[in-house]
Write a protein that binds this ligand. Sequence first.
Ligand code: SF4
Length: 92
Amino acid sequence: MPDLTRRDFLKLGAAGGGAAGLSVLGFDLAEADQVKQNFRIAGTRESHSVCPYCAVGCALVAFTKDNSDGSRQLLQIEGNPDSPVNEGRLCP
Ligand code: SF4
């Protein structure tokens, strides 16, 4: 682990929102990020569609949740990793 002063640590946390600074310290955050992702989309419905914003037509996956009042809430949209066009990526 690199030598960091308390001040350096706080600067890294402020600059990177925490995640970038922690990876600089040597922690592997991949597993934690996966767990966080699982919590966000746990129990959601997965629907496949196509991005409508340009002619490329990137494949996407939309995660929705049915609310108790009968409405449906869109929680997250990701690029479809199985698509040969965008391979899981979408424009921001
Ligand atoms: S994600 Fe970007 S490149 Fe892909 S269809 Fe949408 S706007 Fe076009």
